[in-house]
Design a protein around this ligand. Structure first.
Ligand code: DC
Length: 245
């Protein structure tokens, strides 16, 4: 079957990574979590004194961008890709509260976005990729054969995060989580470079009232449909655009 490109964007904590990862594993595609790349740059900045308090030494970060090597390698234990920063596995560190609370300003820097978008496009040049993030369908792969924009109400997303924390035995206030979800939505949607928005040709998936299995089933159907359409387009060569033998 012809390989396609799948772009999955959406708000934070709406379950897009779970669904993207599971689809990629099932259909044998590469999975890239683009948020992990913004998190890895943030970790580099934190570890190398590029943050002074909340301020970023943007000139130093700009000069050092080509020293930040980000890659992904499959973890045989989890069956999922781990993130590496300059050869070191940083999957756990990039999910820390410290990185989470510093990543938004890093993700607004245009030179960071340009560098990471170029790397993401290189990773997807042979298709057969599922990438999730905020600007995949709009900026990274505007020609993706399948684009999905995932959303759920802020209350439902806050409840899911609240339940997750509770299951891990961590104390949390629902109101604080809800406030944080709303704040992150605002920052993502109002950034000057590549703000979060649904691409005109993306399918909207509101998963507020869907189970994970229902979501997965929906995505698989969309993938099969997009593949059929890509095959049909490929076979639909008119005489004038059919190359001469
Ligand atoms: O999905 P996440 O929470 O791991 O993303 C981390 C941060 O990176 C978040 O502030 C949004 C930002 N991001 C982005 O600006 N563009 C992307 N393609 C992916 C993530």
């Amino acid at each position: 079957m012809k390989k396609i490109t799948i772009a999955i964007d959406g708000f934070s904590s709406c379950g897009k990574s779970t669904m993207a990862k599971d689809l990629a594993r099932e259909i044998g595609y590469i999975y890239i979590d683009s948020g992990a790349m913004y998190r890895a740059v943030t970790l580099y900045a934190l570890e190398n004194g590029i943050f002074q308090g909340e301020d970023i030494d943007t000139e130093r970060l700009r000069q050092e961008m080509d020293r930040i090597g980000i890659s992904f390698r499959l973890n045989p234990e989890t069956g999922r890709p781990d993130t590496y920063l300059n050869g070191k596995n940083v999957e756990r560190e990039i999910r820390s509260m410290e990185v989470s609370s510093h990543v938004s300003p890093i993700a607004t820097l245009d030179f960071v976005r340009h560098a990471l978008v170029a790397q993401q496009q290189a990773m997807g040049k042979d298709k057969g990729i599922v990438m999730d993030g905020r600007d995949i369908g709009t900026t990274v792969f505007p020609d993706a054969e399948l684009k999905v924009f995932v959303t759920a109400s802020p209350e439902i997303r806050a409840q899911r995060r609240f339940d997750e924390l509770k299951a891990k035995g961590q104390e949390a206030s629902f109101d604080e989580i809800l406030e944080n979800v709303k704040q992150r939505d605002y920052i993502d949607q109002h950034r000057a470079t590549s703000p979060l928005r649904k691409a005109d040709d993306a399918l909207l998936l509101d998963n507020s009232h869907l189970t994970i299995d229902q979501q997965k089933e929906w995505l698989k159907e969309q993938y099969l449909r997009a593949c059929r359409e890509a095959e049909e387009k490929g076979n639909d060569a008119t005489p004038e655009n059919t190359p001469a033998l």
